[in-house]
Design a protein around this ligand. Structure first.
Ligand SMILES: *[C@@H]1O[C@H](CO)[C@@H](O)[C@H](O)[C@H]1NC(C)=O
Ligand SMILES: *[C@@H]1O[C@H](CO)[C@@H](O)[C@H](O)[C@H]1NC(C)=O
Length: 604
């Protein structure tokens, strides 16, 4: 997902293996939950399947602690269930002056990926994705004794997002500059400066970024209000330990303002038009999906039909196409028919009270056309020979994320399907993707750092690597200094090969949004599979070995025999040049002609 990168890596240095016990809600910083040693997931483990899933949930959340920026301790009073300090011994306070130059406190929040940028657009997607997962499968967090840590994870992001939204129509969308950050490879004590903060506002709007932030606040507000969404057919509910009505109201206030900003500021458009600094990092391909996404979450959080009506109107007029899209920070479209279906089942009054048919049958048809297409391998939804759902053009940037997000939507939808058979086929397909990611793949590698002895040991993460020589990312140090437990990596190439090299950021980078879908899937699996442990518990400790050959992706130009002929390469090069030049002309005309080459909204 992240296009601008700096590297990092990790070897499994087992943390002091003081315990293999499960998470406990504790109230002192000396007894908080820590990741168990990866050996706890080997076949001879005595842990039950539920305990194994609980450990996976715990590690996936722990990863977000490791990505913290700012002061690592929780703000006093922000963890109502108990007080936990910094859980990641090798992290330090950092970036304590973010926002100062712009006159605003932007300290805190999360580093986006293997580098030190803070990127609001993907962060807001992550917060909404995890909130949605906890709304639907929240009892899993209680069973795993992870509600406290879920609360801390969400609040650390939401409380920063509140600071990044200092007035109704101002939202900071990035802290740090790509070109500066991209040239830095090192620890958290010596971050490169400057770290400028970029904003959208009424003069320089960004419909998508404001809408996605509104959706994050609205979905989290719904979660903290602890209102069950679908009591039937899923029978799951939010974690009761998270309920906090005053926090829910605070979040809703921000959600309302940001929705009004997104829907009201003209001209509507993607946020990189206003903030060119995000280009090449998290530029967005459209704003309509984000505004519908926000409208549906606003409808749920407020129970006000006007938001539903706005969302429906915009969905219908925008020709959004769930069937050919992946679900991610840039593309919320495939989630929209699922949310419409949930509303038709759980809150039909949002539609019927204003004379609209909630249209359960129609939304089910949209969802099932999309999912049947995936199951049948139609259109863009292909599988690698090893069984990973692979979308050419999306999966090449990080192969696991599109598959995990699709699996997350399928498992959520399965109990709502029009027939049991369809629900079962979606569940089976999604389970196949979960199993693949957790080790049932040609590499026998579970793609979660520190989870199992066969997990990746060299994630592209500057913090965990412990090196400072950007020219020797793979070798200095050879063994990464710290284990980035619970980090989902980019993933194998389309031939199912995984090389575990820090420099191969396509395969080994970690990111906030890579973890989000697996967290919800692990929570859902904990509830659904009380008798079946994650796949990696069946793997012998030495199951993974580096494949022959070398990687073939954007980070490592392919160099393999049996490739294209010279004539074919030349033909492709000609086409690329023509397309690039033609596209450049169009973009130039659009940018300078329509927008007069105006600069974006850095700072005040
Ligand atoms: C609810 O959240 C607010 C805001 O973070 C916090 O101050 C308060 O202590 C919380 N209340 C409870 C009962 O947890
Ligand atoms: C945190 O600081 C310590 C020195 O106090 C250093 O050894 C460690 O590498 C730092 N952590 C990171 C992630 O840079």
């Amino acid at each position: 997902m992240l296009l601008l990168l700096s590297p990092l890596c990790t070897f499994l240095l087992l943390l002091p293996s003081s315990t293999t016990t499960l998470a406990q809600n504790t109230t002192t910083s000396s007894s908080f939950w820590s990741p168990p040693p990866s050996s706890a997931s080997l076949p001879n483990s005595t842990l039950s399947p539920t305990e194994q899933w609980s450990n996976l949930v715990g590690n996936l959340i722990w990863f977000y602690d490791a990505q913290r920026s700012g002061k690592l301790d929780d703000e006093p009073g922000t963890t109502p269930v108990g007080v936990v300090g910094n859980r990641v011994a090798w992290r330090n306070d950092s970036a304590l002056e973010d926002g100062r130059e712009e006159g605003v406190d932007l300290v805190g929040g999360y580093y986006d990926a293997g580098d030190y940028l803070k990127c609001t657009y993907p962060l807001t997607f992550v917060l909404a994705s995890i909130s949605w997962g906890a709304i639907d499968f929240g009892t899993a967090y209680e069973k795993a004794n992870q509600t406290l840590y879920l609360d801390r994870m969400l609040r650390y992001g939401l409380d920063w997002l509140i600071k990044a939204h200092p007035s109704a129509s101002t939202l900071f969308v990035q802290v740090g500059e790509g070109s500066v950050d991209n040239n830095y490879w090192g620890g958290d004590l010596t971050l490169p400066l400057p770290r400028p903060a970029y904003q959208i506002n009424l003069t320089f709007p960004g419909t998508d970024a404001a809408a996605s932030a509104s959706a994050a606040f609205a979905s989290a507000s719904f979660l903290y209000s602890s209102t069950p969404l679908l009591t039937s057919p899923t029978a799951y509910s939010p974690p009761q330990g998270l309920a906090n009505q005053s926090y829910a109201q605070t979040l809703l206030g921000h959600a309302r303002e940001l929705y009004a900003f997104a829907a009201g500021a003209e001209p509507k458009g993607v946020y990189q038009k206003s903030v060119p600094a995000v280009k090449g990092i998290y530029a967005s391909s459209g704003w309509e999906d984000a505004l519908v996404w926000a409208g549906l979450w606003m409808a749920l959080a407020t129970n006000e039909s006007s938001y539903y009506s706005d969302a429906l109107t915009l969905y219908s007029s925008s020709n959004l196409s769930p069937t050919s899209s992946v679900f991610n920070w840039d593309s919320m479209t495939p989630a929209l028919p699922i949310l419409f279906t949930q509303i038709a089942l759980a809150r039909p009054g949002l539609a019927t009270s204003i004379g609209i048919d909630a249209n359960l049958t129609g939304w089910r048809t949209v969802c099932e056309t999309m999912f049947d297409g995936i199951v049948e391998g139609k259109g863009r939804a292909k599988k690698t020979s090893g069984g990973l759902l692979y979308y050419e053009g999306d999966s090449d940037a990080a192969s696991l994320n599109p598959a995990l997000n699709a699996a997350m939507l399928m498992l959520r939808y399965a109990p709502m399907a029009s027939s049991t058979a369809k629900g079962e086929s979606y569940t089976t397909y999604a389970q196949g993707q979960i199993d693949y990611v957790l080790g049932n793949n040609p590499m026998s590698a579970p793609y979660v750092v520190g989870q199992n002895p066969n997990s990746p040991k060299n994630p592209h993460s500057a913090m965990a690597a412990g090196g400072s020589n950007i020219g020797a990312i793979d070798t200095d140090p050879v063994v990464s200094a710290y284990v980035l437990y619970g980090a989902v990596i980019g993933g194998p190439d389309k031939k199912d090969r995984f090389f575990d090299r820090r420099s191969d950021y396509v395969e080994t980078e970690i990111a906030l949004d890579y973890n989000a879908p697996l967290l919800t899937l692990a929570a859902q699996s904990l509830l659904r599979l009380p008798n079946t442990a994650p796949f990696y518990t069946t793997l012998a400790a030495d199951a993974y070995s580096v494949p022959p050959g070398s990687p073939c992706d954007e980070a490592y130009p392919c160099n393999e025999s049996g490739g294209l002929s010279e004539a074919a390469k030349i033909a492709i090069a000609v086409v690329v040049v023509v397309v690039v030049l033609g596209g450049g002309l169009v973009v130039g005309w659009w940018w300078f002609g329509w927008f007069g080459g105006r600069k974006g909204g850095k700072g005040r």
